[in-house]
Design a binder for this molecule. Structure first.
Ligand SMILES: Cc1cc2nc3c(=O)[nH]c(=O)nc-3n(C[C@H](O)[C@H](O)[C@H](O)COP(=O)(O)OP(=O)(O)OC[C@H]3O[C@@H](n4cnc5c(N)ncnc54)[C@H](O)[C@@H]3O)c2cc1C
Length: 552
């Protein structure tokens, strides 16, 4: 096929392939694009691939301009959940897919989109014709000739942004925007990145499982898998990033909980390199310790120092990033079409049309975010001398966690409370040690461990999911019923509410937000994108019954 006519005058050429197969067709396409002097600056390939875990998978590419999304979902569902404008559909090996897909193809088709088809049934051809596709005489090519106007693509804003906050959320936002050739000013009240919640010695990263593969499970899986690929792309854990993909063993809480986990293992037949259920003797053999019950082994999971993830991401920004650290608490105002950040003396810190709030629990004090139902949850982690606990080959967790030693210290934690005190508390320390003893089935473990550790404040939403997207204007919301109708602050976005999983949310949420801002195909199912939309709380506030029972 001659692609040149399709991509020569476009900023991005987007292809949907109904069947990834062994990837050969995609490789041929990307080779043609790579070697064509008239190619579009961007090539985005979305292909259905049943070798992966269910859902959408964005696969980071070394080549600038190339984006590859692999989707494991039935054709109808993949298309229905896709947010994209497709220039070329390759429809083959779909004889058994029925005809419903045709209306999704029409919804996603760009103006003058092309089809390249093979082996379609007569009904499928008729369904596509009914949606406005006109086939050539050879029956292998079709063109979208519908006169229905396509919804306009929002214009891409000027590529200049301020990111407020240099923890994992803000550092990832800067990296994902700079990768798209944005000029970014990252601003933090602290003199260096990762000095607040992202300042722990070790954070755990792992996925979540559930019997019904519910929304939080699907979201954390997407984020976790993206994080592993993204970190590899940044130089890798244990290399550019301090940490270890040593695996995480998550023990069942009790016998009933273990039964539920066995049922999940039986129902979902998960690949063992992702999640493997270990019965108690297997778990004991792995740890060399007695355990209360079996557990999940997440082999690709582990721990990382969040600050080193921030450093790797900020280093990847190169010369497009300006750093404004140590500026104290900034004041935010919208002035014309620009966001202005000023310091305590009224001096300008940064000015840009796009502002991303990635300031964690600090967002509670930002007037434009004040109506969001966020809370600051204090957490204390204990640093236990390595010789006071057994040497573990994996991170071990249940209600609490214990990391393998790094620099002679193991991290054990963490507590959850609403206390605003930033100082280390002996009670929180004792709580961590008690849980640690339960976890290790050893009432004397870490006896006399000195009061050492770290306190941080998590930013938490009532549903414990992050907020990713344009921030709603609560005051102007009126009687809005649909997310897309909620009025938003112009050019103001949030990457907030990462709760206890900031390490895995950061890269994925930043990639999603950057794709939203640029009007690119989104790396996530649309129903899951909606589950992260900060405006979900505008609708929930409206729907919630009045009275005390409405409180969470
Ligand atoms: C004890 C504890 C244990 C945890 N364990 C894990 C774990 O094992 N795994 C995991 O994934 N997550 C863990 N978390 C959660 C994780 O630390 C957070 O989700 C993550 O760090 C949040 O990153 P962030 O960038 O959103 O926030 P932060 O790291 O807090 O970054 C926000 C930044 O914004 C700046 N800022 C705020 N307000 C302003 C302002 N007005 N002006 C200028 N700058 C401002 C702050 O200085 C800060 O640097 C833990 C958290 C705690 C507290």
């Amino acid at each position: 096929m001659d692609y040149r006519a399709g991509w020569c005058d476009r900023a991005r050429f987007t292809v949907f392939d109904a069947h990834y197969g062994d990837g050969a067709a995609i490789r041929v396409l990307t080779d043609v694009w790579r070697t064509d002097p008239h190619r579009s600056p961007g090539l985005h390939v979305i292909a259905r691939c049943d070798h992966l875990l269910p859902g959408f998978h964005r696969m980071p590419q070394a080549e600038p301009g190339l984006t590859v999304d692999l989707v494991n979902a039935p054709l109808d569902e993949a298309l229905a959940q896709l947010t994209a404008r497709i220039d070329l559909f390759r429809l083959h090996d779909i004889e058994h897919a029925g005809t419903d897909f045709a209306r999704h193809v029409a919804r996603l088709a760009a103006h003058d989109a092309r089809l390249l088809v093979q082996g379609l049934t007569q009904d499928q051809v008729a369904a596509l014709e009914a949606q406005g596709f006109v086939f050539d005489a050879d029956g292998r090519h079709a063109r979208f000739a519908s006169r229905k106007p396509r919804p306009p693509q929002p214009p891409v804003p000027e590529r200049r942004a301020i990111v407020l906050g240099a923890g994992v959320a803000g550092s990832a936002a800067a990296e994902r925007l700079c990768a798209r050739k944005w000029q970014v000013t990252i601003v933090d009240r602290q003199p260096a990145p990762a000095m607040e919640a992202s300042g722990n010695r070790a954070g755990i990263f792992m996925p979540l499982l559930s019997k019904d593969d519910n929304v939080p499970t699907r979201l954390t899986r997407a984020a976790y898998l993206y994080a592993l690929r993204h970190w590899e792309h940044l130089g890798g854990i244990g290399r550019a990033i301090e940490g270890d993909t040593c695996g995480v063993l998550q023990l069942a809480r009790d016998a009933d909980h273990a039964d539920v986990q066995r049922a999940i293992a039986a129902d979902h037949s998960l690949p063992p390199d992702f999640a493997q259920w270990l019965e108690r003797p297997e778990a004991e053999a792995l740890l060399g310790l007695p355990v209360s019950d079996g557990g999940w082994l997440f082999r690709g999971a582990g721990w990382a120092r969040p600050g080193s993830v921030c450093e790797a991401m900020l280093a990847a920004c190169g010369g497009r990033l300006e750093r404004r650290f140590g500026v104290g608490d900034v004041r935010i105002e919208h002035d014309g079409d620009q966001w202005r950040l000023t310091d305590a003396h009224g001096d300008l810190v940064a000015r840009a049309p796009t502002l991303i709030l990635a300031n964690g629990a600090g967002a509670l004090d930002v007037p434009q975010a004040a109506a969001l139902p966020l809370t600051a949850l204090r957490g204390q982690v204990s640093h236990v001398p390595a010789d006071m606990v057994p040497q573990l080959p994996v991170v071990l967790c249940r209600e609490a966690y214990l990391t393998p030693a790094s620099g002679g210290v193991c991290s054990a934690g963490a507590t959850y409370d609403a206390d605003p005190n930033p100082a280390l508390s002996p009670q929180s320390h004792e709580e961590n040690l008690q849980k640690l003893r339960g976890l290790l089935s050893d009432p004397h473990a870490a006896a006399g461990a000195p009061l050492e550790g770290r306190v941080g404040f998590r930013c938490v939403a009532p549903d414990r999911l992050p907020l990713v997207g344009r921030l709603p204007d609560f005051a102007a919301a009126g009687a809005t019923e649909r997310l897309r109708d909620v009025p938003r602050h112009p050019g103001l976005y949030g990457l907030l509410g990462y709760a206890s999983r900031g390490l895995i949310w950061a890269g994925f949420a930043a990639e999603l937000l950057a794709a939203q801002i640029e009007g690119e195909p989104l790396p996530l199912e649309s129903s899951l994108v909606d589950a992260l939309d900060p405006a979900r709380f505008v609708l929930r506030a409206r729907r919630a019954p009045r009275g005390p029972q409405a409180e969470n």
